[in-house]
Design a protein around this ligand. Structure first.
Ligand code: EPS
Length: 385
């Protein structure tokens, strides 16, 4: 059976966005309510701009399902753009520093940045959320949970107990518009975003994502392309405005001795029936990944998002037509999209985990995937005495 893959199509002000998912097994009940809830969460978060008042992103699954069950054929999901006006949208000649405007205009030999920005826009992330949230229907069958949350905005840091139950973290996150599990920090973050709006400026931040309940051995050390850390990092770094990604201790591994970086290995017989097979760790500084494979500890990954590059005050730029120095163009935009981007991070990570899961436990149908999963856990449990 084919590898699980997806691609997206669509412009910010085109007719629609499309996600096309291939290699998804048959027999999975699609949780459409979950998909629409994730799409709506992506539209929200404090600091969003006017576009989100126009759109109401809901998934129209065009192909690949019959009576809510997947049938193994490619799944096309359509999200309608209510703000469909690409042919009337004005040209943009003064590139915004930090956006794809300048590099894209030179690359596609045009002085109109709109040719590039229509596709480079973060509107495309709605299609990624649709694709990723589809895989949650599969991951849920195996008790695998994924949640991302905001841990910093403009240097205001949240205090989050990483070892808490992931559903508890997600519940706390959902209680405020900063999508931050620390309520006190969320209040300060929201105030900072409000101030940035008054200053006609924008803010970035840090998103943390965790995966729990997955088995060991997803990814592989045998081929560089299969390493799960590399794959997760690429998936997350490819999200608009993400500039850095770290796993576990991340950059701090460089300044600590090995004894303070690696996680001692224990065995707890009472946990033998869990996906961890009983191997417990006193710490999780590796962020759940060793040798490009999951080690059944929670995966912990953080991503840094730069401030949105469209500033209401503009920035010094150059007119691509006249070459005269001018302020950059203003396109309607967000003041801070870190909360919204956390939803995108969560769902692209879910997709990569589902992809790695189906590589290890492949099958045309959910029945076969489940059989492969059960038989692997049985064989792994039988190792040693
Ligand atoms: C976005 C849609 C866009 C922007 C924003 C995110 O819509 P519009 O350009 O019509 O306002 O609000 O995109 C950007 C931040 C960007 O740099 O392009 C969305 O759906 O998330």
């Amino acid at each position: 059976m084919a590898n699980l893959t997806y691609s997206t199509a669509g412009e910010s002000h085109g007719q629609a966005l499309i996600a096309l998912i291939e290699g998804f097994p048959a027999g999975v009940q699609v949780n459409l309510a979950l998909m629409n809830a994730e799409l709506s969460r992506r539209q929200g978060g404090y600091g969003r701009g006017g576009r989100m008042k126009i759109e109401k992103d809901t998934a129209n699954i065009l192909t690949g399902i019959r009576n809510r069950l997947t049938i193994g054929s490619p799944i096309a999901i359509q999200l309608e753009n209510k703000d469909f006006r690409i042919d009337q949208a004005p040209p943009v000649n003064r590139p915004r520093p930090g956006h794809a405007d300048l590099a894209g205009s030179i690359k596609w030999l045009t002085t109109d940045c709109r040719e590039t920005l229509e596709r480079a826009s973060a509107r495309e992330t709605a299609a990624r959320v649709a694709a990723g949230s589809l895989t949650r229907s599969l991951l849920n069958e195996f008790g695998i949970t994924v949640a991302a949350y905001v841990v910093a905005i403009a240097g205001i840091k949240a205090d989050v107990d990483q070892s808490a139950d992931l559903s508890k973290i997600a519940k706390e996150r959902d209680a405020n518009e900063a999508y931050c599990p620390d309520d006190l920090a969320a209040v300060k973050m929201i105030a900072a975003i409000r101030k940035a709006k008054e200053d006609k400026d924008t803010l970035g931040g840090i998103i943390e994502v965790q995966v729990q309940g997955h088995p060991p051995g997803l990814g592989s050390c045998m081929r560089w392309q299969d390493k799960i850390d590399g794959r997760l990092m690429q998936a997350v770094a490819s999200i608009q405005a993400i500039k850095a990604v770290e796993i576990g201790m991340g950059f701090q591994v460089a300044s600590n001795p090995g004894s303070k970086v690696h996680d001692p290995i224990d065995f707890d017989r009472s946990k033998r029936d869990t996906p961890s097979l009983g191997f417990t760790r006193r710490s999780n500084r590796a962020g759940g990944i060793e040798g490009g494979m999951t080690n059944a500890q929670p995966i912990i990954l953080r991503a840094a998002m730069k401030p949105i590059s469209t500033l209401l005050q503009g920035m010094d730029s150059t007119n691509l037509e006249s070459k005269a120095p001018e302020r950059s163009d203003y396109e309607r935009s967000d003041v801070c999209a870190v909360p919204a981007a956390s939803v995108v991070v969560e769902n692209v990570v879910a997709f990569e985990i589902a992809r790695a899961f189906l590589e290890k436990f492949s099958g045309d149908t959910l029945t076969e995937v489940r059989a492969a999963y059960d038989s692997f856990l049985k064989a792994a449990r039988a190792l040693g005495s």
